[in-house]
Design a protein around this ligand. Structure first.
Ligand code: PA5
Length: 428
């Protein structure tokens, strides 16, 4: 469950600031599939309608694969990567002590990163999950060439067949053809679900199954969110959030910072940035989505947040009630740092206290509006819940803004320039 607290934003009751009728109109437009980009609404009922047969096949393939490897190289970029990493970090934490470790490639063209990973994997047991809807994206494409060839060199063609899985388009993509030719297992990215909405499809679910994450629970969370978000008006918390951020945007705020006090939520922030940035950043409009981890960033950007330019940024703070783990602050006999007054308290207690103090400082002293989103925990159920919750929120928010939430024409422009400079055949 996610509760929206707007008491530190300066906004009045939302239905006094924004017409409920407009929310209802957009809700109807989303569910009737009559708005811009409505060919990409497959995610709306996906938590219930997902392909159960394919899900069972994925579980079987994942179970076989995870017994053979210690590392799974997940090759993908953007929507074919961020959700998996967000889920794995949030659910298992940053240093999981059991299960297959997920490592990422094809999310960069950095030579050093890629070459170091090749070296690192030389003496490791690893498999590959390559994820690309189009199958022709440059970054994962060139990375897959490298890691596939390395793996074949190491274990031979026959064994590599059992260690490589592709997640791609159902039939027309180049990667599907390549995987079929070479005998690799494949799973499907549905046509009507765009990259940034795809984490609950095989894109995220297959690698998470290999990692040993309970994906049934992820679906339970997403299904619960579907039930909780049935209202077509401002009693719907995802719509409250969508409306609140648009109202602040209309007041002149240009940046929204997604703030968490948990390191394992950093990649959720990255996933959220893509979801909102790619869905809304068009036609010269929209908030800039950014993210910070506190208290870490309070020791760098904190000064700016407290006293820098006013009226341009607001914070959306994710408050986590229950940490995945906790530990006590020990007593020190010498107490040279003067911190014995904290002995016996837990880190989470101190973290939550910091959060209270920061909220007060930023809103009351710093006049920085804070939307607070109350989360119960950081487990598998909560991950599924938040994914569906933010997907519904971004659809509403983008339609309020007046843009198509489901396209991303702007990302093609740099690609065209890059292809031209690289001499791609047919590109002028
Ligand atoms: O959201 C999107 O559409 C993008 O981020 C894509 O997921 C990303 O560009 C990767 O594309 P593909 O899966 O075709 O390799």
């Amino acid at each position: 469950m996610i509760k929206v607290d707007l008491s530190n934003t300066g906004l009045n009751a939302l239905d006094k600031e924004f017409p409920n009728e407009e929310v209802k109109r957009i809700h109807k437009m989303i569910f009737d599939k009559t708005g811009a980009g409505s060919d990409f609404l497959g995610w709306l009922d996906w938590p219930e309608s997902y392909d159960k047969k394919e899900y069972a096949q994925m579980q079987q393939t994942a179970n076989e694969l995870k017994d053979k490897i210690d590392y799974l190289v997940v090759i993908g970029i953007g929507g074919s990567y961020l959700g998996t990493r967000a889920a794995d970090d949030m659910i298992r934490g940053l240093h999981p002590t059991n299960g297959v470790k997920l490592i990422y490639a094809g999310n960069t063209i950095s030579s050093t990163y890629t070459a170091q990973l090749v070296d690192f994997l030389k003496d490791k047991n690893y498999g590959i999950c390559v994820v690309s809807k189009s199958g022709t994206t440059t970054e994962p494409g060139i990375a897959f060439r490298v890691f596939e060839q390395e793996l074949v060199k190491k274990v031979g063609e026959e064994k590599a067949k059992d260690l490589i899985v592709a997640v791609t388009d159902r039939s027309k993509g180049a990667l599907k053809q390549l995987a079929d030719n070479k005998g690799y297992a494949t799973f499907t990215i549905p046509d009507d679900i765009g990259g940034r909405f795809s984490v609950l499809t095989p894109v995220g679910i297959f690698p998470l199954m290999v990692a040993g994450v309970n994906t049934d629970n992820i679906f339970k969370g997403a299904q619960q969110a579907m039930k909780d978000l049935q209202a077509d008006d401002l009693t719907n918390p995802a719509y409250q959030y969508a409306v609140a951020r648009n109202l602040l945007y209309r007041q002149g705020y240009k940046t929204e910072a997604f703030v968490s006090y948990e390191m394992q939520m950093q990649m959720v922030g990255e996933w959220w940035k893509q979801l909102f940035g790619e869905s809304e950043g068009k036609d010269g409009k929209s908030l800039l989505p950014s993210s910070m981890i506190y208290t870490t960033d309070l020791h760098s950007l904190g000064q700016w947040v407290q006293q820098g330019t006013r009226g341009v940024m607001f914070e959306t703070v994710v408050d986590i009630k229950k940490p995945t783990m906790d530990l006590e602050i020990p007593m020190d006999a010498d107490n040279l740092d003067g911190l014995n007054y904290l002995k016996g308290k837990t880190f989470h207690e101190v973290n939550q206290t910091a959060e209270k103090g920061v909220l007060d400082a930023h809103w009351h002293d710093g006049k920085m509006p804070n939307i607070v989103l109350n989360f119960d925990s950081m487990d598998d159920v909560m991950f599924g819940y938040l994914v569906y919750w933010f997907e519904r929120a971004v659809a509403m928010s983008a339609y309020i803004l007046g843009v198509n939430p489901f396209d991303q024409p702007g990302v093609e422009i740099y690609k065209h320039n890059m292809f031209k400079l690289l001499g791609k055949p047919g590109v002028k």
